[in-house]
Design a protein. Sequence first.
Lengths: 308, 564
Amino acid sequence: MQSAPRARRQPAWHMLASEFSEATLNEKGSGEYDPSFVITKLGAKVNRVIVAGLLERLEVRETSNGSTLYQGQMRDPSGLHYFSVGDYASESMRELTLSLVEKTETGEPVLLLMTAKSRWYQTDEGAVYTSLRPEEACEIDAKTYALWLTRASQGTLERMKIHSDSLGAEPTQEGLKASGVPEHMVDGLLLARNHYGEIDTESYTLNVMQALDIAEGRMEAASQPAPAPQAQLDVDSSPGDSSDDDVKDTLVAIISQMDQGDGVDFETVLTNAGARGVDRQVAEAKLDELSNEGTLHEPRFGWFRIVE
Amino acid sequence: MSDKYETHVNAILAECPDADAKEVAEAFAKYETEFYIPPQDAMRSILRRFKGEQAVPTNRGSSQAGSSTPRNTKKVTKLSELNGNDKDIEIEVEIISHNMREQTIRGEQKQIAFGLLEDNPWEEKGDKTRWEYKDWGPSPNLAPGSIVRIEGASVNEYQGRMSLNINQSTRIAIVREGTRPVVAPGEPQDINTLPADGYVCVVGRVLAARPDQIHKKDGSGSLDIVRGRIADESGTIGFLSWEPFDHAVGSLLKIDGAQVRTFRDTPELNFGRTTKVEIFHDKNFADAEALSQQTVLTISQFRDGARDVDAVVQITEWTKRSFTRDGEERFLWSGQIADPSGRCRMSAWSELPITEDQLPLTVRLKGVRVRAWQGIPDVTVDTMDQVEILDSTPWDETLDLTNHTTEVDLTELATGASRVGVSTCAIVVSVREDSGFIQRCTECRRVLREGVCAEHGPNDGNSDVRLRLVMDDGKSSVSLLTNKAATLELLGMSEAEMKSAVDADGQMAFVQHLRGRMLGRMVQASGRTIVDEQGAMMLADQASILDEDAGLRATELRAHWGVA
């Protein structure tokens, strides 16, 4: 017998950062209190995730209305999560955040595991960025981190399989169900297929292999050499759209202009980028990409220079 | 907080200059955070509260809320605020059922819609009142499951029953779209897909039918009715006919315009004056014997309010109890029953030929009723002939069911009925801040909030220990409450050690410590579940965090998925 669907608690997806951060599709139900979702390329319809990684940065920002907002980033083998903790967060989450800020200030490494709500925002150019709002978090040891890596890998593998199995099916609810797609993936896969079209899942396979290497304790296999600084500039390393490249160009221009010899600090870069109409979080993400690509380097933490 | 609600607070202050701005802002915050009511929707309730007991002039409502309509609309949040002669009202309601009917009005065939609506649609646990409505429009915006704002409807009072009349000039704004399917009348539905409320059409075979009587509560007499059960290949459902019903067991019927009403957790078909019952011909339709197999249930399938239930179970405990009613000593027999799917209680109003030394004893139950108390099914046996003692059990005889727990997938628990004697595994995704020591009301064991029981007021309380977790398998989640013994065992702490840990570092640090140990980890828990419209909850008397080897898991994953 069917009864009225109530606002049930949304399940948490074990997910690697790459899958979440590459998502550019979202859904907000028509009702005022409907949950909102980020839909990933593999068809996960995500309202809540359980994620883990190294706390890479956690800083306080004073917002214009006087409330306090902490912004952080957490890295797992596949990429970065951006998250924020504000006055809306629970007392325990805010207390933890304060203690973590202290730890990051002293440079103490912290492995973090969190359950978090998915957030997304869209820039004026139409680019979509995802971020997280942690609900609960805790410091974990490497053993627990390894366990999480196996679960996130398993989730990714399962979604990749369901995704590829569904490709031959008719793109309707009934078609997907008939081809054996589990109930909780049907909606997300339909939306994902319409939005992303054909996708390449090779990078997810690589992410999973690396995560499993770490879980098995095979750290050398999971390690990669630092990118050779000169090897590839951003010639065609970024298949992103032109607005993404515009942001990068803006950032590079700012840094080259303002560098007095020992680089430009993070805050200055972002303030100037902001003045040129670049969204702060977008700028942070792009700054990170530029560093990873080898266009920029950090001679010391938080100071950026262009690789000559 | 004060900034966020500034405009709303000022609007309230304009009406109630003596109110304290901070308190008003807190009220808005309370509505938003505890009840998810946004400030614009909370305005009216908060205004009423700060105006004290004096009635709010209702016609000022719409201008107060910033609307420019000069209409004399009575805007209410509850149906109970309406009077029988209110003509132009505005309210937000959820549409519970929606049915179309052809009616001849002034010689003209016209479609009208009717059904049930319910007030207070946003509050999950709040008091809700249901009224019938008639839509003369009929508006395409009404659909079952949707929440709508009805502007300009009128109240109809007939023989003390209140209903809403919606006409063509009434505005219906969809606030939240409905999600339940709308089925065209006259289109038969499978019995197992029937909605919990509303008018339906089914084709089914009569499995049982017997005359019964309903005694009116006011003592003004009794009504003759017929109770029974019909089935199709998808399932069975009980029925209650308010009209004469003389179809024999085995008849195949098409029943159009029957109303589903859900009593306790069990839906039932009601046949009334407008229900069309006719003989249906289909040679391929399953016969009564095949269909009646479906009434044989396992304990895991027992639902509160179910009737005509057949089952094979093992009685594991059986005792006679006496009580006094009207000065006369009476007896009741009760005990525990079990099958491989779970356990529950059974009660009998007449003596069964069972002695304690025969236990455990396997019996076949026929046509029994199921009630539930706090989610645990309790089978009621009214007469001796409903129980047949069997010589053998259909399952492995060596299975000891007295403390048997059945391993059940989390999603199955979350979407099924309440069960006893179950065990499950899932990931801990939340450790609530109120895990640890709690105070329970000395009267009712409810958890005290700041020393106050919701029912019995302030009281000293008895100290207890529990954890409040959420477990999740990626598809569903279930609240997990562990009792004192299970909590202490899981944490490997004595109560005194726990007390000193909380006293030394404080509750938040203690909760944070628990999260460090449990978040993201696999928990195995056993106990019983309560599943209702608020979601699923497991009350566990045993729980442990599984010790898993990440390296092994990773290697297994590689092998299983072929990831080199």
